[in-house]
Design a protein around this ligand. Structure first.
Ligand code: T4K
Length: 367
């Protein structure tokens, strides 16, 4: 390829449409602190997702940190090592001990059986991630949470508009956290959100993201500044106009990849889950070196020589980073399924503007 092809490219609306929003911001001089676009975007996303409440954030990481604060989570939290590092960092920023558990081999989400086995008297919550936008086993996780009296906070940073049998995936668990980062299916440059199910929790979260202020003169909690700005919210409103079209383009590209890679020995990919409406954020493939004849890392390097920049999401595991590898639950051999997956995965380029030609070229290189 003449130009580099990255794992993703942000989708941007027509610039002229965005400048119209900017003009309004310039006129109103309201830049942040729950301004008109912020309010409009919260309502628009509540309607789009079919959820009760949403609180917008500056990014997904601050939303995760705040979600844990909002539910006053302490002690130990069971989570997945197969995620972006922010999901575990959010625990650490709250002085919570992360306890890693293995994933199920099919969709790489937390294995409920392994979650149950990791519970101790100190466990207060589970923090699963809907990896690649594929819903976790939400029913089994809720059953465990109910049995042991645990909270569930979903990292839903990879999901956008995902439903299970028409039920929004965001309605499961106590809270769900989203990211609207530039690399996500829907972006507000940087951005994030917490989905909550009742008015009181929503209000508490809104206090926490605004220094803990309730009204002008009262601080009810040691909050942080995690507010989304008006420019981000305006971008969000505009992006919403194009989101269905963009997800459809992602679906078409995913189908093409699946078709072209269907009979390649040693390459596995994920199929849609029956009853699930997907958002197609990534196209991960898993390389079985013995069958494929080349290692994942050799393939990754080879693609780079052709100007194709796949990414190894998620390698290394969070539990393998120097920061966390000393933890008891992180010790090598403890999570055999995910330790294998992390050595096999490579995410191929996937974004709405990716051409058919490039997809075909990538697949012919893989073949
Ligand atoms: N939980 C999960 C499960 C997450 O995946 C994430 C974020 C979070 C929590 C935290 O949410 P945020 O606080 O980020 O809202 C990227 C993103 O920075 C990160 O948001 C994302 N997960 C993670 C999976 O990927 P990098 O370091 O791989 O991104 P980077 O900068 O290398 O970008 C990848 C490619 O995207 C580039 O090669 C080119 C393209 N790109 C990227 C940016 C930023 C663009 O074309 N334009 C851009 O502006 O982490």
């Amino acid at each position: 390829m003449n130009k580099p092809v990255f794992v993703t490219r942000p989708t941007l609306p027509p610039l002229e449409e965005f400048t119209e929003y900017l003009r309004q911001i310039w006129e109103s001089k309201v830049l942040t602190n729950n301004g008109p676009f912020h309010k409009q975007l919260e309502q628009a996303l509540v309607d789009y997702f079919g959820v009760k409440h949403i609180s917008l954030f500056a990014n997904g990481t601050l939303a995760l940190v705040t979600a844990l604060q909002a539910l006053r989570i302490t002690g130990e939290v069971i989570t997945t090592p197969y995620s972006f590092v922010a999901s575990t960092h959010a625990l650490w920023w709250n002085n919570i001990m992360p306890v890693f558990a293995d994933v199920e081999p099919g969709h790489c989400n937390l294995d409920p059986g392994q979650v149950e086995a990791a519970i101790t008297p100190q466990t207060t919550a589970i923090l699963p991630v809907h990896v690649y936008g594929n819903p976790c086993n939400v029913k089994s996780i809720q059953k465990i949470a109910d049995t042991y009296g645990l909270k569930v906070i979903y990292d839903a940073c990879h999901t956008f508009g995902v439903t299970i049998n028409n039920e929004p995936v965001l309605n499961f668990g106590d809270l769900s956290v989203m990211s609207f980062h530039a690399t996500k299916v829907y972006n507000t440059f940087e951005g994030g959100a917490i989905i909550s199910h009742d008015e009181k929790t929503k209000r508490h979260i809104d206090d926490l993201k605004n220094f803990g202020f309730r009204g002008e003169t009262t601080v009810v909690a040691p909050g942080i500044n995690a507010k989304m700005s008006e420019v981000q919210a305006a971008m969000g409103l505009l992006q919403l106009k194009y989101i269905d079209e963009n997800i459809e383009k992602r679906r078409q590209i995913t189908l093409r990849y699946r078709e072209l890679l269907a009979n390649v020995h040693g390459i596995r990919f994920m199929d849609d889950i029956p009853g699930v409406k997907h958002c197609y954020p990534y196209f991960p493939v898993f390389i079985d070196e013995a069958e494929y004849g080349t290692s994942r890392d050799d393939l990754y390097e080879k693609l780079k020589t052709h100007n194709i920049f796949g990414r190894r999401y998620f390698y290394p595991l969070i539990s393998q980073f120097p920061t966390y590898r000393g933890l008891e639950s992180a010790l090598p051999g403890k999570m055999p399924v995910v330790e294998k997956i992390t050595e096999q995965v490579i995410c191929l380029p996937l974004y709405p503007e990716l051409s058919n030609f490039t997809v075909e070229l990538i697949c012919s290189l893989l073949k």
